[in-house]
Ligand binder design. Sequence first.
Ligand code: ASP
Length: 594
Amino acid sequence: MFDSLGELKRTHYCGELRVADAGRNVVLMGWVHRRRDLGQLIFLDLRDRAGICQVVCNRDQYPEAHAKADEVRPEYVVAVEGRVFRRQKPNPDLATGAVEIMATNVRILNNAKTPPFQIEDNVSANEETRLRYRYLDLRRSKPHANIALRHRVVFEIRKALDALGFYEIETPVLSRATPEGARDYLVPSRVHHGQFYALPQSPQIFKQILMISGMDRYFQIVHCFRDEDLRADRQPEFTQLDLEMSFPRQQDIFETIERVMERAMGVSGVTLKRPFRHMLYKDAIRRYGSDKPDLRFGMELHDATKFFEPARETFGFAGNVYALVAPGAAAWSRKQLDDLVEQAKSAGAKAAYTIKVAAEGITSSLEKTLGADALKEIAKATGAKKGDLIVAVAAKEEIKGTDAAALAAGQLRLKLGEQLNLIDKDKWEFLWITGFPLFEWSTTEKQWVSAQHPFTGIIEEDLDKIDDEEKRGEVRSKGYDLVANGVELGSGSIRIHRQDVQARVFKALGLSDETAKQRFGFFLDALTYGTPPHGGIALGIDRMVAMMAGEKSIREVIAFPKTTAAQDLMAESPSEVGAEQLDDLGIELKRTVE
Ligand code: ASP
């Protein structure tokens, strides 16, 4: 049954034939998407990465081609020689729908088992089956388009950075721990028993060392590995656009990224407004209750603390109270309001209080405690109109350095934005967030930890506060985040380039000289040999492409993603290894894996 490819050369992709090709002799190769047998005629829908084209095999005219077509089944691999004809009845659903191929010869290059699911856009299989048979899943047009989009985006990024004088430099994968705050993946050394490489959480230290090496401008499209607790949309390995520049002003890094984003987004036909907006971290929290505000819609937070002050003890809340105006939601049912309060609570709020601004007047259960006048004042202060619902959010407890009520209100804002359909999904709102605190209070570790990573630069005036435990929370960093549509696409900073400052930061983080030396000694050393001021950023490529592709999950834009349980279902990794291999590594398992 099988034929060989021999010297046969493909002339076109199936998906690219158009009316203008009518009359051409073509050679196509691909997979049998569908086969319809009408006796005298057999129709094959032939598929390749560019699309699908209809092939007709006529028993009277080309009996051998027809006989071959009789044998094929879905997903068989075939080569078709034939001539392009204009169809009498075009198929408007197909890009190639105006033409079909009259097959003169069909070669069967390979057969195929019946796939566990049909290769259709509206795939019926669940994600687990799709990932187990990822090679079949990738044959569908949407995953195909996503991977192609990713290629074009990454290619544009490379071109843009090359034009700006950046070198693409690879850094080691077998490395040592990098302080990005997650757990490391470790690789045992066979040669040095008891010693381990760590897979890089980012190339942070290496890229800074490249600046010390005088490389001036570095970038890399790089895999980073973080063994984090499972969250819906995280991958144990993910791809960053990582870059670093010497002697930069913050503005230079922003401009570089804005140019890169402009070109990358151009792949999807999106035109970006440059320069991007800027917002201070404290304003982002205060106005939107988030350090990554979604600016595709308004609904800003209003500080309503003073109105709630008289009820602080009765209600038993902590910190501030923030109010949001949900346009047109005054008519919401009891059930909708209860859901809203539940949502606020699960976002960390102590409570959410609602005030209806209806045509008949302002109504709220708050009236008893706050009085009717206060309600009117709140409505005035928030600018609520008739028909609107005011939702005020208060926090359970105060957490050092954070405004818990604002954060809860910010989450509610996003939910309301979705629920009330206020978000324009075609919009792209990029912005830079600056003025982050250098340290944040860790409630679990009960100490100050780096808000980003310990190499982040410090606003000069705040330098002396780092040694003062009390003032540490006020120290501002030279860090910045790039946010798009409420998603943090990346973060970076102007770095610390002086060894003495770096040592003070390690100390403030509670790292003894000895530990700092043991973990970062080589880096501290390198800093003393003429380190230029430098800075950089890393952007998440997976998230960026997923957003461009309109996909919710980054798994849809990664060729071979892992599940939320950090498994590759196709390659079946992680997997057990043999006793011999463990022995080579000098490793003995504590427990046998069940
Ligand atoms: N290494 C940082 C990260 O992975 C980015 C940077 O500071 O450039 O988040």
